[in-house]
Design a protein. Structure first.
Length: 77
């Protein structure tokens, strides 16, 4: 999760330098939305198995990978 935070911070810095604060805010909102949707889906999946915890849903590897991919896609676009 710390690595994802570092990638996210680097993304914000790059977007701020390229597109200004408006671009950085747009990217931050999209990545946060991806994390929220992925966490909700992860929580529902865990609930079906009877293992639902908020920590388990948010710190799930699939959520981390989706957030990293969203950040990287915005970084290269």
């Amino acid at each position: 999760m710390l690595a994802l935070a570092a990638v996210f911070l680097a993304l914000i810095v790059v977007e701020t330098s390229q597109a200004g604060v408006g671009g950085a805010i747009r990217v931050a909102l999209v990545v946060v939305a991806v994390v929220l949707v992925a966490s909700a889906v992860s929580y529902l999946s865990l609930a079906r198995r009877g293992e639902a915890t908020l920590r388990g849903a948010v710190f799930n590897w699939s959520v981390v990978v989706l957030a990293a991919v969203a950040a990287i896609l915005f970084l290269i676009s």
